[in-house]
Design a protein around this ligand. Sequence first.
Ligand SMILES: Nc1ncnc2c1ncn2[C@@H]1O[C@H](COP(=O)(O)OP(=O)(O)OP(=O)(O)O)[C@@H](O)[C@H]1O
Length: 975
Amino acid sequence: MADGANSVFVAVRCRPPNQKERAHGGDGDSLVIMPDRVLLKASDWGDKDIEHHWEQKEFGYDHVFDDSFTQERVYDAIGEPLLKNAMNAYNGCVFAYGQTGSGKTHSMVGDASNEAGRGIQPRACMRLFELLAEKQKENTSFQATVLATYMEIYNEKIFDLLSVGESSKDELNVRLHPTLGPIVANLKECPIQNYSDAAELFDFGAKRRAVGATQMNETSSRSHAIFTVQIRTSVKVSGVTTESQAKVHFVDLAGSERQKKTQASGTRLKEGIGINQSLSTLSRVISDLSTGRGLPPFRESKLTLLLKDALMGNSRTALLACISTARYNLAETISTLEFAARCKLVKTQARRNEESRADVIQKLTAEKEAIENQLQLERTRSDELCARLQMELEKSEQSERGAQEAISAKREIEEKLQELELEHASLAKALEEKSAQDLESRRADAVAEEGEVVKRRDSVQERERLAEQLAALEERKRHEISELEERERTSQELRDKLEVELKAQQEREQMFQQQMEDLRALQESWAVDQQSIPPTSLTATAGVLARLAEEGAQPLGRVAELHDVAREARREEQHQFREAELQRLGMHAAGIDPKDLACAPRLMNLHPDPALKGCLVYYLPTGDSVIGSDEERCRVRLAGAGISAEVCAISNVDNVRLSVKPINEHCLVRINGVLVEMAGHVLADGDRLAVGRAAIFKVHIPNSPQNGGTGNGALDFEAAMEEIEACVQVDPQWENGLRKAMQLVRSDYGDEDAKTLLAQAKRASEIIGTANDYLEQTAPSRRVDVDVFEMSIMFDAWGLPAVCVVARARSPEAAAEDVSLWSLDRFCEEPPARQKRRGPTEIVGIWELQRFEDEYLPVLQERMAEAYHKPWAKIDKEEEVASVTYYTIKVTRDGSDTVHRKRYNDFLEFDKLIRSKSDLKEVLSGMPPLPTTGVFGVRHALGLVDFHKRRRDGLQKYIDFLMDRLNIRQLHGFL
Ligand SMILES: Nc1ncnc2c1ncn2[C@@H]1O[C@H](COP(=O)(O)OP(=O)(O)OP(=O)(O)O)[C@@H](O)[C@H]1O
């Protein structure tokens, strides 16, 4: 195998039609599948998404698998060559592309638990260890380290599927290293030593995806999953050690048809732009690469940046385009075939990655040192710049003080002059009055008058003197001001220049810091990381050393053994963390005797994505098991829409008799679609249990006498949803209004229309309930001023009434009974954005039911999903104890709450602390100031309620900002 340009290997796989497609007319006759081509016959029919006529087209590929091809044959054609290349130190990537349900996950992962069902990814891992063992047999000096990573890209955010605890929520960043290519910082690398280690990672990753998707009421088809194995080998031949490494990515892309559906609705597109950004960028990148036009926009999405090497760089790459041949999916199939045809024109540049571990470490160390030096240089320059800026600012402040003094001296003189003028005027008036008196009395008063005249003369002189002084001051002021303006101009220019320079330096520093971080991670991954060895394995290390000393082993062998111990310790430690995570989620068998495990009743998740169905298993020991979001009180810990701290309890008697009871009347628990009353419900094997609006399980009671019970063993998610839909009732709060509306409709239009109205109201009740549950789980800062959604039946002049959804905003201070419903006219005259709050509730939006479901509900869901990834905090309560105000802050994470009690001073201290952290400077730029504190008198002057409200709102705004910018670990010490 030689280095150089290689075309992307492109294969197409057709999946057999499913039940739905058969119902829609089954396979069309438009596609002809041949071993290396797909022929699209000319047609004069179409559907609304595609042209009505098209000419015959032929798409050529490296391979086309019709639905008779087994998983094994697909692997042999795609996976095996890539793996063999990787064993020869060539990077590889295989990605599955196609619409939702076209068979991407089936081909890529399949059913890892049964041999025939295994997809490319598990087969490759299995074969990898076989090939490594063969190499070891050929040459005993052969050594290999295999590391695996598993990540998910959802909504343009990268999440580590293998990390646990707090860090599992952290969004990861991908960066391009000039020589090492794309790097995801802080991604957990898990050492694997055999297939079962790999299988454990697939399973854990699938569980994490299923839990995440359940919590967000999402399917996994909206996210991309990337499993990567990194193989590092070393072998000694004729005394020369050769080290090499290669990475292979297995990429299961999100469903590609979503793009079109998204574009169908404006609001959805605006809100959900991130969902498909990766896919549309991938499309453009492939387009550019295939035509050789322009610079492909790799940086526009996380996926393309991550796969840059796989798409044009150092990699041998294969694309598996999955299609359905059903007529019903023709538009999507054609678009997939076109995409695959473009990929065929793309070329990559694979080269052998032969570099010794020592070389890599040395290179990384040298690079790190260079960056450290540069960073130091940047810091010195930045300090100098800051000092210069400070000096300039001080100078300009001094000038400003001088000008201020001149201005106040001028003001003083002006005031004095004004006083003198007034005095002068009053003296003149007095003189005039006096001249009107008789001469006699003037003579008699002559002496006194003379005195007055002298006084007047003096006052005129004084005025003249002051005027002169004023003119001089005016002149001085003008001079000072022009000098000040000049200084100000120069200082502003300097400040602007310095600001630009400082910003550029900050950016450079940040970039260096990031590079350092990447390098540190890489070095850790390459070197034997002694610090990461847990105490238990240090004992093991000591044991190995002692043994080696006894055996008089060579130093090189000693290092290799130490390396193995460290790796093994890391593997074991990570395995235990994952176990603990599953335990935390309630997926454990604690309290069950291992010999009884097979007959222990359990809940198994139903999921729209077949790959995630049944991967979450919750055992139910005898006694009571509570289901809900509370970590301490619940055995089965769930989160998502409609799931409160405790939702229901399942009681298990002798592993045979099970029953479920809601915790209170607000809890939403359904068995086979029917709401469970407070009295509870006896469970049978196969029953479907829906908890809240997020999770549906199949109940499995192995020892059940009914065996099969009311349930159907093979029942899937869609059927369970249909069952719920069929049983939905109207929420009692709307029953009264609905009855009246139905009476009217029945009398005016007849029974049939009344029934239609009832059906619509039932659907609306479910949709509105879901919307309110989403709202409940959404961070307050993202609620866009809606407090609750309600049902409304609108009668208009044209015909039948329509069921609508009304959004209301509530003012918390107002009395609940003072409800003012605006007329629609008034609502239309005054659009919501400009409305002032009038009364306790007001309508801030009205939707027809269908539009609400299609456009607004997904937006709410997305906001809730954001809250799942990002915890949020809300000031829940405010109380004054001995004139100190305490704020109770509720932090919601994963659907469960923790409570923190804080004083204003705690905010102040934390504010000081985080503002002093230079590494947070950039992240916290634009941080809102804390609302100022008020002394008692000021509080009264402002009005106590208003003061409190303003301060609370200000603090909430401040918390929102912090929660948005910082992760929970950075908030440690405060929350
Ligand atoms: N070649 C095949 N043979 C038999 N069944 C298949 C085949 N391909 C897919 N299926 C079945 O079709 C269903 C959907 O497949 P899959 O989940 O792999 O689709 P997907 O493209 O990954 O969808 P999504 O984008 O939602 O993840 C599954 O039940 C799967 O078992």
